[in-house]
Design a protein around this ligand. Structure first.
Ligand code: COA
Length: 410
C-alpha cells in the first residue's frame, strides 16, 4: 500500500501553496471522416491486414482530407471541449498545442486556433515532445493554474501524421493516423484534478524516431542524413522503440502513482499513448496488471501521436469508463526520446453538465465573429499593400517637382 505523499506545507498531492487544484472540466475530439483500412494500405505497400493486425492491433486509421490540417482538426476538438466545459473562448488564459505536424514552424498551431476561437486573452504556443506532448502540456497548464498565475487553459494534442509518412516504408506507414483531442483545465478549490506528473527525456535516442526538419541540413544533425533519413518524413527503428516504450510505461506509471500517493489497486483506468497493442500487453505483464486496465482504441485510429491520449480519454468518458473521483493515469512516450506519466483524480460532476443551447449558440456566434475579424484584417492588409504599390513613390514625385521647377518651360 502506497501512503499519500504530502508536500512540506501539508497540502494534498496536486495542490500548491495556494490551495488551488487544476481540474479537467472539458474534453473533445475530432477525427477526419476518411478511413484508410489495412486493405487500402495493402494496395500501397507490400503488406496484409493479417500482418498489421497481428503485429500492431491496428485495423484502420483516419486520414485528413485536402482541406483538413492539424489546426482545423484541433479547432473542432477545442470547440467541443469548450462546449463540455461550458466556457467562452475569452475566458481562456493559455492555449498549448502539442504537435509534431504543425502547418508552420511558426506561427504556432496554437496561435491559429486561438485566433479562430476568438480567444482574445490567451497566450498560445506549440509544444514539441512528440507522442508525450499532450501529457507534458497538461502538466505545464496544471502548474500554471496551481501557481495562481492563470485560471483556465486549453491543451490540445493535434496531428496530421499521414502528411509526414514515407509511404514506401511499410514498417512505419501502417502505424499512423490523423486526429485531434483537447481538454480544458480550470482552477478550483475542490481537491483533485492533476495530482502528479513524471516528465522525462533521453536525447541519446534521437536517431530512433524522428522527422528531419528545416534546420537539419548542415547542422549537428548531419549524422541523421548519413542514415538516409528523408527531410520532412518520419523514420523509426521499430524494434528499439518497442523495447523503449515497454520499459518506460512500466517505470513511469508507478513513479507517478507514488508521487500522487495512489496505489495501483485504486487506478480505474490507464489511458496510454496508442502506439501498438502488443506494447500495452508487454507493459501490462511488466506491471503485473490486467491489460484491460489500459484503454485502447488503436484498432480504429492507429497511432495519432500527441492526439492519441486525449482522443482515448474522450472515448473512455463516452463509454462511462471514467466516473467522478476515479483515479486515472495517462502515459505517453515517443520521439526525443521523451516519456511522461500523470495521475488525475477525475473532475467534479456539475462541471460536466451539458451546456444550454443558448450558451452554445453564443459560442458559435463568437466563432463567426472571430472568423470575420480575421478575414477583415487580411483584406485591409491586402488593400493597404495594393494602395502602397500603386501610389507613386514620394522620391519620384519630389524629383519630378524639382525638375519642373528647374526647367519650367521644357
Ligand atoms: N507488412 C509485412 N511485413 C512487414 C511489414 C509490413 N507492414 N513491416 C515489416 N515487415 C517485415 C519486415 O521486413 C521483416 O521481414 P524480414 O524478416 O524478411 O526481414 C519482418 O516483417 C519482421 O520485421 P520486424 O521489424 O522485426 O517486425 P516487428 O515484429 O518488430 O514489428 C513494428 C514491426 C514496427 C510493428 C514494431 O517494431 C513496432 O510496433 N515497434 C514500435 C513502433 C512504435 O510504436 N512507434 C511509435 C512510438 S511513439
Amino acid at each position: 500500500m502506497v501512503t499519500p505523499k504530502h508536500s512540506s506545507n501539508g497540502t494534498r498531492p496536486g495542490a500548491s501553496a495556494t490551495g488551488i487544484y487544476a481540474h479537467i472540466v472539458g474534453w473533445g475530439m475530432a477525427v477526419p471522416d476518411k478511413v484508410l483500412s489495412n486493405e487500402d494500405l495493402a494496395a500501397i505497400v507490400e503488406t496484409t491486414d493479417e500482418w498489421i493486425m497481428s503485429r500492431t492491433g491496428i485495423k484502420e486509421r483516419r486520414i485528413a482530407s485536402e482541406r483538413e490540417t492539424t489546426a482545423t482538426l484541433g479547432l473542432r476538438a477545442a470547440q467541443k471541449a469548450l462546449d463540455v466545459a461550458d466556457i467562452f473562448p475569452a475566458e481562456l488564459d493559455l492555449i498549448v498545442c502539442a504537435t509534431s505536424t504543425p502547418e508552420y514552424i511558426f506561427p504556432s498551431t496554437a496561435s491559429l486556433i486561438q485566433s479562430w476561437l476568438g480567444a482574445s486573452h490567451a497566450g498560445a504556443f506549440d509544444l514539441s515532445a512528440a507522442c508525450s506532448g499532450f501529457v507534458y502540456g497538461v502538466n505545464m497548464a496544471a502548474q500554471a493554474i496551481r501557481s495562481g498565475s492563470i485560471q483556465t487553459a486549453l491543451v490540445l494534442g493535434a496531428e496530421t501524421m499521414t502528411r509526414v509518412m514515407d509511404w514506401t516504408d511499410r514498417a512505419t506507414c501502417i502505424l499512423f493516423g490523423d486526429g485531434a483531442g483537447a481538454v480544458v483545465l480550470q482552477a478550483s478549490e475542490i481537491e483533485g484534478g492533476v495530482l502528479s506528473a513524471v516528465l522525462r527525456s533521453d536525447g541519446g535516442g534521437c536517431d530512433l524516431l524522428g522527422i528531419p526538419s528545416v534546420g537539419s541540413v548542415d547542422t549537428q544533425s548531419a549524422p541523421l542524413h548519413s542514415l538516409e533519413h528523408k527531410l520532412g518524413k518520419m523514420h523509426m527503428a521499430g524494434g528499439e522503440v518497442f523495447k523503449f516504450a515497454t520499459r518506460v510505461i512500466s517505470e513511469s506509471i508507478p513513479q507517478a502513482l507514488e508521487m500522487a500517493g495512489v496505489p495501483m489497486e485504486d487506478v480505474k483506468l490507464i489511458i496510454p499513448h496508442q502506439a501498438n497493442a502488443r506494447i500495452l500487453q508487454s507493459a501490462a505483464r511488466a506491471l503485473k496488471i490486467d491489460d484491460t486496465l489500459f484503454m485502447s482504441n488503436i484498432e480504429r485510429y492507429g497511432n495519432t501521436s500527441a492526439a492519441s491520449i486525449p482522443i482515448a480519454l474522450c472515448e473512455a468518458v463516452e463509454q462511462g469508463r471514467v466516473q467522478p473521483h476515479d483515479h486515472i493515469a495517462f502515459v505517453g512516450f515517443g520521439g526525443g526520446l521523451t516519456w511522461a506519466a500523470m495521475v488525475v483524480e477525475w473532475g467534479v460532476p456539475e462541471q460536466a453538465e451539458r451546456p444550454t443551447r443558448f450558451t452554445r449558440q453564443r459560442r458559435q456566434l463568437g466563432y463567426t465573429v472571430a472568423d470575420w475579424r480575421m478575414r477583415m484584417l487580411r483584406t485591409s492588409r491586402h488593400l493597404n499593400e495594393t494602395v502602397q504599390r500603386v501610389r507613386p513613390k514620394r522620391g519620384k514625385m519630389d524629383r519630378l517637382r524639382r525638375k519642373v521647377e528647374r526647367h519650367p518651360f521644357d
